[in-house]
Design a protein around this ligand. Structure first.
Ligand SMILES: *Cc1c(COP(=O)(O)O)cnc(C)c1O
Length: 396
C-alpha cells in the first residue's frame, strides 16, 4: 500500500465527488444552454452545484464563475484587473514573491506589457503585513494580489486584514485561495473579499475545474471569447460532470472542516515533532499560522530530490517543493524568498497530509525519513566536510 502525502499537489477524489459525477456521463448529458428538457436537466444540476458552492463560500450563486481550475482563475483575475485598471491609467500591481506560478507568470507577462509589478518582501516565515501593503499602495495601483495560504510552506497570510485595507483604500484585491478553500474557514462576504480563486482537485474534487469568485459590482473581463456562459465572463460549455463533483467535494469539506482540521493538525504535530528530532533540521514556514496538513522541513546536507525518490521506493509519495517546479533544477522560489540559502532550499521535503492519512502512516514516515536522511548523509562528501569541521553547519 502506498502512503500518499502529497495532498498539496493534488488529492484523491472523495467517494461523494465520484458519485456526484457518475450520472453526468449517461443521464445528465445535455448542454445546459439547450432549451429542451435534456438540456434543462443539466442546467438545473449546474444551478444546484453553483448554489451549493456559493453557500460554502458565503456568497450569491451569480458571483461564481466556473473555470478550468486554479490557474485559469488566477490568470483571469489578474489579467482582467490589469485590463480594466489600465483604462483608467492604473498600471501598478502589488503582490508577493511567494505566489504560485499561475500568479507570478501572469504578472511577468504584464510587466513585459509595461505594468509595474512590486513584490512585497516576506519575512522568514513567509508572511507580509497589512502595513506593508498600506505603505506600498499608490494612486495608480490597479490590483493587490496576495495568496491566502502558501502551497509549499503552508503559511497562512492575514488576508481578511489585507482585504479590508484594500477596500478602505479603494484598491481591487484578489487572493489565490487554492490551498485554503475547504481546509480553513473562508467566508467571502464577511471577509469582504472582491476576487478569490479556488481549485477542486485540492479538496478531493476532480482536476480541471475551479472557480473565480467575483463579488457583485466587481467587473471581470473574459479570457475566453465565445458563448455567453457564466454571465459573459467565461465562454464555453460548462464542464458539468466536474462542476458537480467539485460541489459535492466542497460541501463535504466544509461540513467536516472542524473534525478534519483537528485530526490533520494532530497528525501534523506528531510528524513535525518526529522529524525535527533529526539533527541539523529545521521547519520551513510559520509554526503558528499554518495550514493543518503542511509539513516542510529542511535536512542539512541532503538533496531533497534524492530523499523524495528514496522515499518513493519505500512507497511514500511526498514532494521536494511544489509539484509545478519539481522538473526544474532551480531551488524553490518560495524557500529562496524566505531567506533560505540555496543549499538548504535544495535540502527540503514537503509532506502534505489529509484526513484519510493515519497515525500509523505518520510513524512509518518518521522512521523512513530518519533512516533515509542518515544514509544519504553518510554518503555525501559535503556532509563529511561538515562533520570533520572543514565546512560549517548551517543548522543546529
Ligand atoms: C494548485 C495550485 C494552483 C493551480 O491550480 P490548478 O487547478 O492546478 O490549475 C494555483 N495556486 C495554488 C496556491 C495552488 O496550490
Amino acid at each position: 500500500m502506498k502512503i500518499y502525502v502529497d495532498n498539496a499537489a493534488t488529492t484523491k477524489m472523495s467517494p461523494a465527488a465520484i458519485q456526484a459525477m457518475l450520472p453526468c456521463f449517461d443521464l445528465i448529458y445535455g448542454n445546459p444552454s439547450s432549451l429542451h428538457s435534456v438540456g434543462q436537466q443539466a442546467a438545473e444540476a449546474l444551478y444546484e452545484a453553483r448554489t451549493q458552492i456559493a453557500a460554502c463560500l458565503g456568497c450569491h450563486p451569480k458571483e461564481i464563475i466556473f473555470t478550468s481550475g486554479g490557474s485559469e482563475a488566477d490568470n483571469q483575475a489578474i489579467l482582467s484587473a490589469a485590463k480594466i485598471g489600465s483604462r483608467k491609467g492604473k498600471k501598478h500591481i502589488l503582490s508577493t514573491p511567494i505566489e504560485h506560478h499561475a500568479v507570478l507568470h501572469a504578472l511577468q507577462k504584464l510587466q513585459k506589457e509595461g505594468f509595474s509589478v512590486e513584490y512585497l518582501p516576506v519575512n522568514n516565515l513567509g508572511e507580509v503585513t497589512p502595513e506593508q501593503v498600506a505603505d506600498a499602495i499608490r494612486p495608480d495601483t490597479a490590483l493587490v494580489t496576495v495568496m491566502y495560504a502558501n502551497n509549499e510552506i503552508g503559511t497562512i497570510l492575514p488576508i481578511p486584514e489585507i482585504s479590508r485595507l484594500c477596500r478602505e483604500r479603494q484598491v481591487l484585491f484578489h487572493t489565490d485561495a487554492v490551498q485554503a478553500v475547504g481546509h480553513i474557514p473562508i467566508h467571502v462576504k464577511q471577509q469582504e473579499i472582491p476576487l478569490l480563486s479556488l481549485s477542486a482537485h485540492k479538496f478531493h474534487g476532480p482536476k480541471g475545474t475551479g472557480v473565480l469568485y467575483a463579488q457583485k459590482g466587481t467587473p471581470v473581463a473574459s479570457l475566453i471569447e465565445g458563448g455567453g456562459q457564466e454571465g459573459g465572463r467565461r465562454a464555453g460549455t460548462e464542464n458539468v460532470p466536474a462542476i458537480l463533483g467539485m460541489a459535492a467535494a466542497l460541501k463535504e469539506a466544509c461540513l467536516h472542516m472542524e473534525e478534519n482540521s483537528t485530526k490533520v493538525t494532530a497528525l501534523q504535530s506528531r510528524l513535525m515533532e518526529g522529524l525535527l528530532q533529526i539533527p541539523h533540521s529545521a521547519l520551513n514556514g510559520s509554526p503558528t499560522h499554518r495550514l493543518p496538513g503542511n509539513v516542510n522541513i529542511c535536512f542539512e546536507g541532503i538533496d531533497g530530490e534524492r530523499l523524495l525518490l528514496a522515499l518513493d521506493q519505500q512507497g511514500i509519495c511526498a514532494s521536494a517543493g511544489s509539484a509545478c517546479t519539481s522538473s526544474s533544477a532551480d531551488p524553490s522560489h518560495v524557500l529562496r524568498a524566505i531567506g533560505l540559502p540555496r543549499e538548504l532550499a535544495r535540502a527540503s521535503l514537503r509532506i502534505s497530509l489529509c484526513e484519510t492519512n493515519t497515525a500509523e502512516e505518520v510513524e512509518t514516515i518518521i522512521h523512513a525519513v530518519t533512516q533515509t536522511v542518515a544514509s544519504l548523509r553518510s554518503c555525501s562528501p559535503l556532509w563529511n566536510d561538515k562533520v570533520e569541521g572543514r565546512k560549517p553547519f548551517l543548522l543546529k
